[in-house]
Design a protein around this ligand. Sequence first.
Ligand code: KG4
Ligand code: ZN
Length: 331
Amino acid sequence: SVNGPILGIEASCDETAAAVLAPDGRILSEVVHSQLQEHARFGGVVPEVAARAHLQRLPELTSRAMREAGVEYRDLAGVAATSGPGLIGGLVVGACFGKGIALAHDLPFVAVNHLEGHALTVRLTHPGTEFPYLLLLLSGGHCQCVAVERLGRYRRLGSTLDDAVGEAFDKSAKLMGLPWPGGPYLERLAQEGDARRVTLPRPLVGREGCDFSFSGLKTAVARALAQGAEKADVAAAFQVSVAAVLADRARHALAMLPGARALVVAGGVAANQAVRGALEKVATGAGIPLIAPPIRLCTDNAVMIAWAGLLRLQAGAADALDHAPRPRWPL
Ligand code: KG4
Ligand code: ZN
């Protein structure tokens, strides 16, 4: 059994984060620095800029997490760091930083799969959630349906063939002249629009399986705007289309996982009310709850990495210090 706190480190994309969890899963501290400001002027995440920012921020951020938790490095039971999938520069920075701490204090190191972190978060925030459950991961970088069958057993049922859903929000928002990342701005603009004034496609709806495709929708948004449609109406129609697509895909995914005990959403797009409303209906129709962890734990964070690391350590699995980060690492 694990008898000390665990330090988690996340640096796979544009959030630099550190967190400390007690062995029973209590969150002792959590610190996140979002690099939005560093990347906003480029209109997207620049990998090189991200890696440098992680390198610069991690030492201070980690010290702060340890201080706030009131834990000394030597009292840790282990160090967990995201080791993929993600941007390789950041992964290397985060993993090496975690390994350095593990090496200096003779602690076990756990190389955590970022997607496993997202997949298991709900077991921390809603401990009653039983296996198996369906996870809909809806972020700027990831868009997939995952059957979470038990710890260490995940089955990807479907994923995007082109853009992630958050990416579709951001690209469409950009076409509307909104700031980056545009998801929340598009949601606000949509409230002033009438979805019935614009017709947009609903890619893959009714199609077998639960893959996604959003690039055609983005193209249709560009066309509608070029033809003079009101931005707010296009935003509203876009959101209706996305919500309909996600609901259809979720229904198909649930049919592929008979016995699912819950529909769980994670990722920044889970903050969208239209999306939530549509998924709520799907869950209700299937007689299961829709569960969304609080948004700060739905988006990239280190609590989920410490948590996945803790569960892996409890299962007796640590990794060697020469474990190589993997930019692609399917669950
Ligand atoms: O999970 P996340 O914080 O980061 C990763 O992509 O890893 O997700 C960010 C994405 C962005 O594409 C952002 O525009 C989108 O989530 N997002 C939203 C909303 N809030 C954030 N999309 C639609 N509606 C929102 N309210
Ligand atoms: Zn993520």
